[in-house]
Design a protein around this ligand. Structure first.
Ligand code: SF4
Ligand code: SF4
Length: 282
């Protein structure tokens, strides 16, 4: 059962809900992505994605979610750029390819598209660890020379990073809604992440922390300790070093499902062996 209150998280009062008549235009551009971040966007409970789209934001363009496609979708995107200069949010998902040859959209370089769209955006939000840090496309030998979004943004554009693989749905929606209700990005930490969601490690609010404190650990995923819900630290849980709101928002994510945190919101998580970090027993 979650105690998350989205109004509190982004400092919105009930009165403000009634005073919003204009939805925030959002253009969502995908670079080197797997669509997981967009899918997370569709799964928010608090508020629901449906409420968000019907009442607060207007998702004007997304290669995956737009009803239109091809020329129709591209023409609409251009019309939004022209009509809402300085008013739209540019959402970017996926790592940025090192050169144009690795990704073109509608015959245009995605690198140029993002940097051009950013110039007239009210704010840019990088959704997911791929756009925030380079993520999976930049892991290992990095065949596309993928980089993070800041490599292609103009210097003075306001930008927030919302890492996670994918990010938490309520964090995606919460960050967008902060811009809608307050007209600006939420307060960010030194790494440009919204403080409201990335101030604490997963460990600090984990529902298994009482077991950690008592040194009660699962030694394997199918032992008695795992069945009793003991702490997963010895199975490589990255919760102590992962800054994210998975456990504080609490809609049954990885740790509740019985799997250790892989630290997907942290830079380079894939190369750090998030999936196979079993710690040795002493
Ligand atoms: S951050 Fe994860 S979920 Fe999002 S596009 Fe990258 S790989 Fe997919
Ligand atoms: S399961 Fe992970 S995050 Fe939770 S208490 Fe144990 S080490 Fe910390």
């Amino acid at each position: 059962m979650s105690t998350y209150n989205w109004l509190e998280a982004i400092n919105v009062t009930e009165d403000m809900l009634d005073k919003t008549d204009k939805r925030l235009p959002v253009i969502w551009i995908s670079a080197l992505d797997c669509t997981g971040c967009k899918e997370a966007f569709t799964r928010s409970f608090e508020p629901t994605t449906l409420d968000t789209i019907l009442n607060f934001i207007s998702l004007e363009y997304s290669e995956l979610l737009s009803v239109a496609s091809g020329y129709q979708a591209e023409e609409h995107k251009e019309s939004i750029f022209a009509k809402y200069q300085g008013e739209y949010v540019l959402a970017v998902e996926g790592g940025i390819p090192g050169s144009d040859e690795f990704l073109m959209i509608a015959g245009k370089s995605v690198r140029d598209e993002i940097s051009e769209a950013a110039k007239n955006a009210k704010a840019v939000i990088a959704f997911g660890s791929c756009s925030a840090w380079g993520g999976i496309p930049a892991a290992g030998v990095n065949p596309t020379n993928a980089v993070d979004i800041r490599a292609v943004l103009p210097e003075d554009v306001p930008v927030a990073l919302v890492p996670g693989c994918p990010p938490i749905p309520e964090v995606i929606i919460g960050t967008l809604l902060h811009v809608h209700f307050h007209g600006e990005l939420p307060e960010l930490d030194k790494k440009l992440r919204p403080k409201a969601f990335y101030q604490k490690t997963v460990h600090m609010t984990c529902h298994r922390k009482a077991f950690f404190d008592q040194k009660l650990f699962a030694e394997s995923y199918d032992d008695e300790g795992a069945r009793k819900g003991y702490c997963l630290f010895k199975l490589g849980c990255k919760g102590p070093t992962a800054f994210n709101a998975c456990e504080s928002i609490g809609y049954d994510r990885c740790i509740a499902a019985g799997f250790s945190c892989i630290g997907c919101s942290e830079k380079g998580f894939w190369d750090k062996g998030g999936f196979c970090g079993k710690r040795k027993s002493k």
